[in-house]
Ligand binder design. Structure first.
Ligand code: ADP
Length: 180
């Protein structure tokens, strides 16, 4: 099963992707999560990606394609993957077609999650993450339990201004993928 989740930042790709990965028994490949781990670990990848991420810009395609190839080589991904946050440009989508074709794999479906911009800004301004578990909460809709409430953090790129910029990048670079 190879499935792409397409949708603006905050549309729910991460949440639905985790549920689907569990249901379908294939790993979720979330490029944003992989990048955030690399930033936290201070690896070369993290150093390269950080300034783009903090500014709400896309990380260059060659960097992203390298990490997707590697993630697909993992044993757990032999029978498929749920792609969350990838592909994000037509160039990445074309490259994914080639990567899958080279290995005799095929894409089963693309799910486009459509959410109005106002709802997205509201979701993301209240979004908090538990750095210990990666669990994602929302201050109003899914408040963190008391035991973790003190340690949840806001993603640096979830400030209102950066969210607006990420939405503009989505419209310009990623929305054309629906047509593609
Ligand atoms: P969201 O979907 O909420 O924007 P992600 O965790 O998918 O969040 O991505 C966070 C940031 O990581 C993006 O703003 C971008 O800088 C970078 N990123 C993640 N995936 C990609 C990708 N496929 N191509 C380019 N940049 C990416």
């Amino acid at each position: 099963m190879h499935l792409i989740l397409l949708g603006a930042p905050g549309a729910g790709k991460g949440t639905q992707g985790s549920l689907l990965a569990e249901r379908l028994g294939v790993p979720k490949i979330a490029t944003g999560d992989i990048l955030r781990l690399a930033v936290r670990a201070g690896t070369d990848l993290g150093l390269k990606a950080r300034s783009y991420m903090d500014a709400g810009e896309l990380v260059p395609d060659d960097v992203i394609l390298g990490l997707v190839r590697e993630a697909l080589r993992a044993d757990a991904a032999r029978t498929g993957a749920i792609f969350d946050g990838f592909p994000r440009t037509v160039g990445q989508a074309r490259a994914l077609q080639e990567i899958l074709a080279d290995e005799g794999r095929a894409l089963n479906a693309v799910l486009a999650l459509e959410v109005p911009a106002d709802a997205i800004v509201e979701r993301m301004s209240g979004r908090r993450t538990d750095p210990a578990t990666g669990e994602v909460y929302h201050l109003r809709h899914n408040p963190p339990p008391p035991a973790v409430a003190d340690r949840v953090i806001q993603r640096p790129d979830d400030s209102v201004e950066t969210v607006r910029h990420r939405l503009a990048v989505y419209d310009a670079m990623t929305a054309p993928l629906v047509e593609f």
